[in-house]
Design a protein around this ligand. Structure first.
Ligand SMILES: NC(=O)C1=CN([C@@H]2O[C@H](COP(=O)(O)OP(=O)(O)OC[C@H]3O[C@@H](n4cnc5c(N)ncnc54)[C@H](OP(=O)(O)O)[C@@H]3O)[C@@H](O)[C@H]2O)[C@H](O)CC1
Ligand SMILES: [K+]
Length: 488
């Protein structure tokens, strides 16, 4: 607990300094629950009091961790028990402090806040305190699933102990947590393996395909793209362009001649396949599909992938064409609405809101039911393998929610699937080298693609508007940025 408290107190000091604020004389209120989460908060506030901060502890449950409360009092902290009568007054006073530490509920929470604690947090959320630091998890966020029980006080920073908890890496929980800082407290070796894994840029540097001296088209991977239609020509152009800049040996495009002309105008390196396509090692099916001809092409390609054991990235309209059970090297890329339809195929009747409030649960369920890797698009992208492992990538920014962004993601994923199909995902490869087992590797491929897409999108947007085409154009530079971490 002391190491946790030290980590929490030091993170508060760093954040205040980054805001250009003095430590001495600044004010902090810790909202302290009755368990060890409150204990961490009180011990941390005692340390801050000894550094000259004006400290108040609001005891939200009447009682508190005895030793931590004694240490807080001994350091000169002011104690304010919360009750029905003083909620409003304490909310206004607390909101005016330089820092609020949310140490009401942590991993011992069952459901959300209630009573005066809930009223206090709801009032504070409306008053927007200058700096909220959550202890371990924001109170009301389920540490295991990321489900939230409102009210939750949105944090700028969450200081968590032992390892990033799944609830901080999956929405809606991630959306309430701000930046996450992990404090090692010496129990890491005894913790179960994390339920959610996030690939870092160092992982990407190890995993990205690199052509050997004798590389040629088929060793780099050839991807077949069935996308677009007379109505949605842009989807074809964007997904083929994104695939072509993501490292494959070649991109074959299957679609109507009118669309192919526009595709080739943007990506002359692509090959139009008006009839039986040449050899491919992976498929991208679905962006902008419309009309019976294109749907038939997608069906034929899906069947070829199924029969030939080839990986396939299945998006948008092609999601309707899936077999009962998909091969484990297929990557489905629904958004929340499409996920409800996908789940509906296996009699799971949910709404988009249900999915968005329980993203981790439903992405896992979809992977289990379909047998495929399921990539659920969102502010945080979750990628579930049928084996149950889930990756969480959150490299993009909200400006990427723009038309065609999903088509670009599909192109990136299709190219990577072809590259890895060509180079192999064996036990002697880089995936095994970072502890990714054989059943998780296609989910990891999808996580690599999601991360590249997010990094490219963030670079293309800076802090402003961008377009799907601009995201695609940023992909080569994103590969170069990642490559810089190869030696690191
Ligand atoms: N291994 C680690 O990660 C460590 C974590 N530490 C800190 O410990 C907390 C977990 O502490 P714990 O005492 O288990 O529980 P909480 O502090 O999260 O919850 C406090 C108590 O509140 C009650 N409770 C549960 N749900 C609610 C609710 N919805 N509303 C109000 N009260 C609730 C419950 O008590 P009961 O008597 O009602 O059962 C909880 O016990 C962890 O988050 C870390 O901060 C250690 O410091 C280091 C190791
Ligand atoms: K908390």
């Amino acid at each position: 607990m002391q190491r946790a408290a030290h980590g929490l107190a030091n993170a508060v000091v760093r954040e205040l300094r980054a805001d250009g604020r003095r430590i001495y004389g600044s004010s902090v209120t810790v909202l302290a629950g009755k368990g060890n989460n409150g204990g961490d908060g009180l011990f941390a506030a005692a340390m801050l009091a000894r550094r000259g901060m004006r400290t108040t502890a609001v005891l939200t449950a009447g009682s508190a961790h005895p030793d931590a409360l004694a240490a807080f009092r001994a350091a000169g902290g002011r104690v304010q028990p919360l009750d029905d009568a003083n909620v409003e007054e304490l909310a206004v006073a607390t909101a005016g402090d330089d820092v609020v530490i949310d140490a009401i509920l942590g991993t011992g929470a069952r459901g959300g806040l209630n009573g005066p604690a809930a009223e206090l947090v709801a009032a504070l959320q409306e008053l927007h305190p200058a700096l909220v630091v959550a202890c371990d998890v924001p109170s009301g966020v389920d540490a295991d699933t990321g489900e939230t029980h409102w009210p939750v006080l949105t944090a700028r920073l969450t200081v968590t102990f032992g390892g990033a908890k799944a609830g901080l890496l999956a929405d809606p929980g991630e959306g309430c947590s701000g930046r996450v800082h992990v404090v090692q407290i010496g129990i890491e070796d005894h913790l179960p393996s994390p339920a959610l894994r996030r690939l870092t840029v160092h992982d990407l540097a190890k995993l990205l395909p690199h052509p050997g001296r004798r590389a040629q088209k088929y060793t780099r991977g050839v991807v077949g793209v069935v996308a677009g239609s007379a109505r949605y020509t842009g989807a074809a152009a964007l997904s083929v362009e994104a695939a072509s800049v993501s490292g494959p040996g070649m991109v074959r495009y299957l679609g109507p001649e009118t669309v192919a002309r526009q595709v080739l105008a943007r990506t002359p390196e692509a090959i139009w396949e008006p009839d039986e396509p040449g050899r491919v090692q992976a498929w991208l099916l679905g962006p902008g599909l419309d009309g019976s001809d294109q749907l038939q092409r997608a069906k034929d390609a899906l069947q070829a992938a199924y029969d030939g054991g080839q990986p396939a990235v299945v998006d948008a309209g092609a999601l309707e064409l899936l077999p009962e059970r998909c091969p484990p090297n297929w990557i489905l890329t629904p958004h929340a609405g499409e996920l409800t339809s996908l789940l509906g195929r296996s009699e799971v009747r949910v709404t988009r809101d249900d999915v968005e409030s329980r993203t981790l649960h439903f992405v896992r369920l979809a992977a289990e039911h379909t047998g495929a890797v399921v990539l659920l698009k969102g502010a945080t992208t979750l990628i579930a393998s049928p084996s149950g492992t889930v990756f969480s990538q959150s490299d993009g920014n909200p400006w990427m929610s723009t038309a065609g962004s999903g088509d670009v993601l599909g192109g990136i994923l299709g190219a990577l699937a072809a590259s890895y199909a060509a180079s192999g995902l064996g036990d002697d490869g880089p995936f095994a080298g970072i502890g990714i087992g054989p059943e998780e590797r296609w989910a990891a491929v999808a996580a690599v693609g999601a991360s590249i897409h997010g990094m490219a999108g963030k670079a293309a947007s800076g802090a402003g508007p961008t377009t799907a085409a601009a995201i695609a154009r940023e992909v080569p530079e994103t590969f170069r940025v990642i490559h810089k971490y190869v030696s690191a």
